[in-house]
Design a protein. Structure first.
Length: 131
């Protein structure tokens, strides 16, 4: 007799996953920030290339290098300040030089449209830069 495949019997709360039998791509996308020092953060990420391609298509972005994206840092200390870091997705992590002692920082992984709107694909945890 053939043994049942346990993966075929896994249930999910997501209706789309139950209907299609496939996992949603955004579950495979994330960015994590870690404090290295007062002047340095480490960003690590995972971004599914199919998901990225789909989002680029959704926003009519043609002729885009699929290996490039932007990490957008948001500093929160009474006012919001944004800082962009171009990255190569294949590197999976990078060190970011920061200047915001005592600020809470979060990162978004995404891209800019031709109209200069930032499209977020993944959002990180918050970290506090030491003073």
């Amino acid at each position: 007799t053939e043994r049942p495949n346990l993966e075929d019997h896994v249930e999910t709360e997501n209706a789309i996953e139950r209907v299609t039998g496939e996992s949603q791509p955004y579950f495979d996308n994330f960015i994590v920030l870690e404090v290295v020092s007062q002047n340095q953060l480490k960003a690590s990420w995972k971004l599914d290339s199919k998901f990225y391609s789909l989002k680029l298509t959704d926003y009519h972005q043609d002729h885009v290098d699929m290996e490039k994206a932007i990490i957008r840092l948001t500093y929160s200390d009474g006012k919001r300040i944004y800082e962009d870091f171009p990255i190569r997705l294949t590197e999976k992590s990078t060190d970011l030089i920061v200047n915001g002692p005592g600020c809470t920082v979060m990162a978004e992984l995404g891209f800019y449209t031709e109209d200069h709107n930032f499209i977020t694909l993944a959002t990180s945890n918050d970290v506090v830069i030491p003073k």
